[in-house]
Ligand binder design. Sequence first.
Ligand code: FES
Length: 573
Amino acid sequence: MSSNKKRRSTHWFGGNDRDAFVHRSWMRNQGLPSHVFDGRPVIGICNTWSELTPCNAHFRKVAEHVKRGVYEMGGFPVEFPVMSLGETIMRPTTMLFRNLVAMDVEESIRANPLDAVVLLTGCDKTTPSLVMGAASCDLPTLVLSGGPMLNGKFRGEDIGSGTDVWRFSEDVRAGAMTLEDFMDAEAGMSRSAGHCMTMGTASTMASMVEALGVALPSNAAIPAADSRRYAFAHLAGRRIVEMVDEDLRLSQVLTKPAFENAIRVNGAIGGSTNAVVHLLAIAGRIGVDLTLDDWDRLGRDLPCLVNLMPSGKYLMEDFYYAGGLPAVMREIGDILDLNALTVSGKTVGENIAGAECFNREVIYARGTPFKDQGGIAVLRGNLAPLGAVLKPSAATPELMQHRGRAVVFEDIDDYKAKVDDPDLDVTPDDILVLKNCGPKGYPGFPEVGNMALPEKILKQGVTDMVRISDARMSGTAYGTVVLHTAPEAAAGGTLALVANGDMIELDVAGRRLHLDVSDDELARRRERWTAPPAAMERGYYSLYTQHVLQADQGADLDFLVGSSGAPIPRESH
Ligand code: FES
């Protein structure tokens, strides 16, 4: 049970003056007896439930189970909503709103009588946005993922969120799948509560928070539909109350070694490139010096051990039955900082000591990996002076060293207008270049970097080409795709100057991305270049485009980097 020492929440609920009357009286309209204000820890449950975020639509039930654990340990749980980001629904892209949600979370925590927070996260951006906001407050904080969906099913086979959508839609375009079958697959793909069950961005970020130590062990893989997910939520509720008494804050867990552990784990699971941007942003909030070079350095020789889509065959449900993330972390334990502290109150080493693998088809042994290259490659050169990223485990090995002619699309509308034009001058050896899809350019940094191949190329049976953009790519996608090119085209990066027919060299092993055009010619093109007009001159769009940082800095808003802590704000009346 929790001790009743003076807490942050006491500044609202303690005492017998007019203000305490106001704070308690209105809360009591919810049927609360007076003893809940006796100084017990107030635990915020930050909920991203929304029927427009289908991956998080079961979160009110998850929250109820967290509350059970909080009550059991003598805490007072209060659930509050924040803006929710439904990846498949929102336009132009949820990434535009990640930083807005982070602001919502930060200010909701600081302004309210909370001693600690449980963050309920699931769909892609709901995880980084909540962790970013909470990191700028630095209260005791525990992340609880809602869990992945059960495996998708179609015609007796397992199908994976996103990954098989991309595959099926290309099959339809190439004439290899009927429209009727395509519609049948739609019904079988998302057949339970939970988020994408491939190792896409949601599962990657659920793994990242576990590897960072801000979620309890096994957080990433327990399916949403498994009763053990709710038992896990119950335990999270118990644990957060203990964390208040221990004053175990995010800044004690989110240290540089914790980020290094997470980057290594991302390599071992073949995680999403989106983790790069999100971890850079979280590090910026908590004051840890993390750079793109850390990603390349730590992931360079790391094999991928996990045979999950989009890099492999299996899905998160199989991953859980095979032992989940603790089994992977134990496999690479020799290169992790086992002394890093986690929200369990134990070290990483203690958390994973008893972990076992139950299926070597899903989680491979370190000595016989699933794929040799698991990390994220960071490319540099005159086309990406501030860096670009590529996921080798999702790429075609023969294309990782490639020189080709640029086929340029000035923006996403230009791409959509031209890509299936039978007269488009394109061959499989060319390199598709897409501009103005970065943070400022789209705006919002959407997942369009894995642009579908031109129909005339698909009909030749070709399934991959080198693609380069300043966009991101869905974590469920695959291909030889260079992403996050910085500076982006809309910020005047070299990408803006690429013209049809220019030669581009990609050398993943040498970490090089070079536009084979002379500096003089590039200078001439730069003089003629003008920035694209802003998508919107007012509101959040305007704030975002004026302040968003480039991909190499996590695409946070410049004025949100860092932390303001959780001082008790002034009274409202
Ligand atoms: Fe929500 Fe993929 S759409 S996690």
